[in-house]
Design a protein. Structure first.
Length: 266
């Protein structure tokens, strides 16, 4: 099956993807930094992103402008082009706050965009994505879609068929990678990956949980053919994020057994 042109870009390592997501300050607010207060400091997370398992760090424009220049030699930048605060109370939507051209100007190696399939403004978001996707092609930048069915048209965003539809939306609209929720099992994730054709699918890390529960889900996704993971809280909310990244490196890039990955942790 033909693969997307992302294969040999800086966003991947040996065809696999591990995005360290750090757009939480906008999307969720201070609540995500309470468990590990130093995680509110972008420098702290940029240092974590130097780990060899991390193929890119996803941040919003302001963080990229203010901090990326000091880490450009060690961190691959994925510029998140839209986002909305948790203070917003309407139907799910996401404001475009950075252009592809400006992302390229500040050094981005890839761009990311959230699309809420099923929300009242899905049509508008899809039109915004078209402009971004085509501009990214002109700049030679791969595009990652945060594909999250949500809103009045979605009764259960964790339903495996809904997650498979989310991956298919990414393929149909021209994403190089779709970030989707884990549907709960390796078999269900395989259906998601199959529905995505040759596009890469990565699992969303979600909220923090135990090491074993989290790594078990990642292992299930990789065994199903997923290309990797986009993870934030399950890394930067830990006291020793480097150990967790060591374990993820074993699972994603070495395809090691779960027990081997868990042995990386204290």
């Amino acid at each position: 099956m033909a693969m997307r042109p992302i294969k040999d870009t800086p966003l991947t390592r040996d065809g696999k993807v591990l995005v360290l997501a750090y757009d939480h300050g906008l999307e969720h607010g201070p609540v995500d930094f309470g468990a590990v207060p130093e995680s509110a400091d972008p420098d702290h997370v940029f240092e974590i992103a130097k780990h060899p398992a991390v193929t890119s760090l996803a941040v919003q424009k302001g963080i990229a402008e203010g901090y990326y220049p000091s880490y450009a030699d060690d961190v691959t930048l994925l510029a998140k082009l839209n986002g909305t605060s948790n203070l917003w109370m309407g139907e799910p939507n996401s404001a475009v706050n950075c252009s592809v051209e400006y992302a390229a100007e500040i050094g981005a190696d890839a761009v990311g965009f959230t699309l809420y399939g099923g929300a009242n403004n899905e049509v508008g978001m899809a039109e915004e994505f078209r402009e971004i996707q085509e501009a990214a092609r002109a700049q030679g930048l791969p595009v990652v879609m945060w594909s999250y069915p949500r809103g009045q048209g979605v009764k259960n965003d964790k339903k495996p068929k809904t997650i498979a539809y989310a991956a298919r939306q990414g393929l149909e609209l021209g994403a190089d990678v779709s970030k989707v929720k884990y549907p709960g099992s390796t078999a269900a994730m395989k259906d998601v990956v199959d529905m995505a054709g040759g596009m890469k699918v990565i699992m969303s890390g979600g909220s923090k949980r135990t090491d074993e529960a989290f790594l078990s889900d990642v292992k299930g996704a990789i065994d199903a053919g997923a290309a990797g993971l986009a993870v934030g809280r399950n890394v930067f909310q830990r006291e020793n994020p480097e150990q967790l990244l060591d374990a993820l490196e074993q699972i994603i890039f070495e395809e090691a057994p779960l027990d081997t990955a868990l042995s990386q942790l204290d």
